[in-house]
Design a protein around this ligand. Structure first.
Ligand SMILES: [Fe+2]
Length: 161
C-alpha cells in the first residue's frame, strides 16, 4: 500500500462531522438564499438613500457568499458533502420577505432584515448545538453571527428612529 492510500480523508470523528453538517447546513442554505434575494433587493430599491442602500446590499450579498463558503467548507473539511444545489436551497431556506418588484428603500431594508433574522435563528441554534459537539465548528458559527449582526446593524441604521 502506498503512503497516499493510508491518508484518511479527514482527521475528524464521525460524530463531530455529522454534528457540524447537521447544524451548519441550514446556515449555508439560508446564506446562499440571501445571496440571491439580496441581489433582487439590490436591483429593485427605489426612493430615499438609493445609492447607499443599493451599494450596501451588494456588500451584504458578498458577505453572505463568504459566510456560506466558510460554513460549507467546514463541513467538507470534516469529510461530509453538502447539498446546496439551487433546488435544495429553494426547498430548505426560509421564504424571503423581499418582494418581486421595485420597492421603497425602507420596505426593502426591513425585508432584508427579516431574511437575516431568519438566518440568525439557525446560526444561534448552531452555536448552542455545537457547544458540546465541536468547538471549531461552533467558532465558524460565532464568526458568521458576528459578521451578519454587523450587516444587520448597517441595515437597521437606515430605518431606526
Ligand atoms: Fe450591482
Amino acid at each position: 500500500m502506498s503512503k497516499a492510500e493510508t491518508i484518511p480523508t479527514t482527521a475528524s470523528d464521525p460524530t463531530v462531522a455529522a454534528g457540524a453538517a447537521q447544524f451548519l447546513t441550514p446556515v449555508v442554505h439560508g446564506l446562499q438564499a440571501l445571496t440571491i434575494n439580496g441581489k433582487q433587493a439590490h436591483w429593485h430599491v427605489r426612493g430615499a438613500n438609493f445609492v447607499g442602500v443599493h451599494e450596501l446590499l451588494d456588500t451584504i450579498v458578498a458577505h453572505a457568499g463568504d459566510f456560506a463558503d466558510t460554513a460549507a467548507e467546514r463541513i467538507v473539511a470534516l469529510g461530509l458533502p453538502i447539498d446546496a444545489r439551487l433546488e435544495t436551497v429553494a426547498k430548505k431556506a426560509s421564504a424571503t420577505a423581499v418582494p418581486a418588484g421595485f420597492t421603497k428603500s425602507d420596505d426593502l431594508v426591513r425585508a432584508v432584515i427579516a431574511d437575516i433574522d431568519a438566518i440568525l435563528v439557525d446560526i444561534k441554534a448552531a452555536i448552542d448545538g455545537l457547544d458540546e459537539i465541536d468547538l471549531t465548528s461552533q467558532d465558524v458559527a460565532i464568526e458568521i453571527m458576528r459578521g451578519l449582526e454587523k450587516d444587520r446593524w448597517f441595515l437597521v441604521s437606515h430605518v431606526a428612529a
